[in-house]
Design a protein around this ligand. Structure first.
Ligand code: C5P
Length: 243
């Protein structure tokens, strides 16, 4: 079982390890996990992950792997060896790729949480149609989430608008990580649809991802604590995806 209280994941979307470390120092234990994505990983490489893990932080490596099964499995094994706690793969890589990823994770780090990205939230029904996927985005999200869970993924990344349906139509005990979260009173920036931390929790998320509202705040630590206060949730830093 995982905790149903959403853990705060802070997206370290910055271009230097120095800046990332400043944010981590300010936010500290208020974050359940720190997300290292394409920007920071491309700029600084795996050492930034090793340093966070060595400092006792949980790391969510968000590189959205999508390649042939053998290549994705090899990358997942390397991520597991880095000591990350969560990582992402694209569900549209298909069942063989998903199974290769989850088997690889288990072979190196059995508690590694493999999460699937379903449909990028930037895509519309029309975009899917252009890709040869006919139907509604929401139906494709559901289809890909079911495929991911059937192939060993512990959960999915999903915007709040899809969360309730995933909870209703799929089993109830998987991880849902919701990005696009904005605390009350902050600017939405370029996120087209945003929800508050409390709304994300009510919709069924287990974890929320917050980037710029924390990383660009004058006091990132205070902002993180305010988000925790808003969701009214005590964190359990020792558990990632499971309680
Ligand atoms: O700064 P902000 O809070 O918008 O950061 C959101 C984070 O969540 C970014 O790292 C982004 O890559 C990620 N994300 C997202 N929307 C998705 C999936 C992931 O914003 N649908």
């Amino acid at each position: 079982m995982h905790t149903r209280r959403p853990g705060l994941i802070v997206a370290l979307d910055v271009s230097s390890a120095t800046r990332a470390q400043e944010i981590v120092a300010a936010v500290g234990e208020s974050a359940f996990c720190y997300k290292v994505g394409m920007q920071l990983y491309t700029a600084e490489g795996p050492q930034v992950v090793r340093d966070l893990v060595a400092a006792g932080r949980h790391v969510f490596l968000d590189l959205k792997y999508h390649d042939i099964p053998n290549t994705v499995a090899a990358a997942v094994r390397e991520a597991a060896r880095l000591g990350v706690s969560m990582l992402t793969v694209h569900a549209s890589g298909g069942s063989k790729m998903l199974r290769a990823a989850t088997d690889a994770a288990r072979s190196v780090k059995p508690d590694l949480v493999v999460l699937a990205v379903t449909v990028l939230t930037s895509l519309t029904d029309h975009d899917l149609d252009n890709l040869g996927v006919h139907g509604r985005v929401g139906d494709q999200v559901l289809r890909l989430a079911a495929l991911a869970l059937a192939n060993g993924c512990q959960g999915v990344i999903a915007p709040a608008r899809d969360t309730a349906r995933l909870r209703t139509e799929l089993k109830d005990d998987f991880v849902i990580v919701t990005p696009g979260v904005r605390p009350l009173g902050t600017a939405p920036a370029d996120q087209a649809r945003v929800v508050t931390p409390r709304e994300a929790m009510a919709a069924g998320a287990t974890h929320i991802v917050v980037g710029r509202p924390i990383t660009e705040a004058p006091d990132p630590g205070a902002e993180a604590r305010a988000i925790l206060a808003e969701i009214g949730s005590a964190l359990q830093p020792a558990t990632v995806g499971r309680a």
